[in-house]
Design a protein around this ligand. Sequence first.
Ligand code: BJW
Length: 263
Amino acid sequence: MDGVLPRRAAQLLGDARRVVIFTGAGISAESGVPTFRDDLTGLWARFDAQRLATAEAFHADPDLVWGWYEWRRTRVSRAEPNPGHLAIATIQTRVPGSTVVTQNVDDLHERAGTRAAIHLHGSLFAPRCIAAAAHPATFEDTPDGEAAQPHEGRRIPPPRCASCSALIRPGVVWFGEALPEAALTAAVEAAAACDLLLTVGTSAVVYPAAEIPRIAARSGATVIQINPQPTPLDQVSAINLRGNAAQVLPALVADAWEQTDER
Ligand code: BJW
């Protein structure tokens, strides 16, 4: 990478001992998974969050909501990790004390080789019984033929729990719902203890997740942001690298260890 700021960012990464990589939908954009708030291509530009991504919406029209999440799950299943995901997995190998905290409900970090990513907003691949607090969900997955060609408006009835017959719901965190407690606690602890936090591809407007980089900054860590657009984290970040994750991250990683190997 050219320029003083990218070089300084690479030096900070090469020297760091505890790194948190905090990701949002932008890390998966170049894998073809849509973000939420980008003006033309984001999900919320085409779909109504209130009708699809709330518990009230699921209770009102479970077939519509389940069908929409099956469409998204199929899209993600067909996507591949991009060089940004791979660079993050490399950071985890290079810096053993590093933690990936993601708001994403896809599995592209895991498929790129990242271990133990903390998912703050759940997963498309972990549906659960709406009465799951009482017992674990067991159900038959949607048969292949049914979900193979879903399209965005298709209604698909959700399966029912094999133990109690309640509806199975997508295993994601909707607005107004609490984040999984263990995940949030682990993310806050990692942010408070890191010396460097990379925030990648998030608009940082959804709370409490958006607090994670701020916690790191307040605890004395350096924050580096990778995003083609400005965000509220511009003020918190010591370095703002304007660009796409799939280009910026591999270059950053290559420079980080080229520089430390030279010293
Ligand atoms: C690229 C790129 C490239 C593009 N390379 N970059 C405090 C203040 C105000 C409000 C609240 C508050 N605390 C709580 C709230 C309410 C609410 C909230 O935050 N609302 C705000 C939006 C106003 N929060 C909640 O409701 C949360 N729950 C909660 O607080 O519960 C309290 C409670 C406690 C105890 C009991 C009960 C309740 C829950 C939030 C759940 C969020 N859920 C979603 C949907 C998940 C399911 C699904 O996928 O359908 O999570 S919303 C959506 O936004 C999704 C994402 O994880 C999340 C964040 O989005 P993200 O990842 O930042 O994506 P985008 O699209 O916004 O940004 C993409 C970025 O990438 C952009 O900046 C691009 O420029 C960039 N980009 N291409 C790099 N190639």
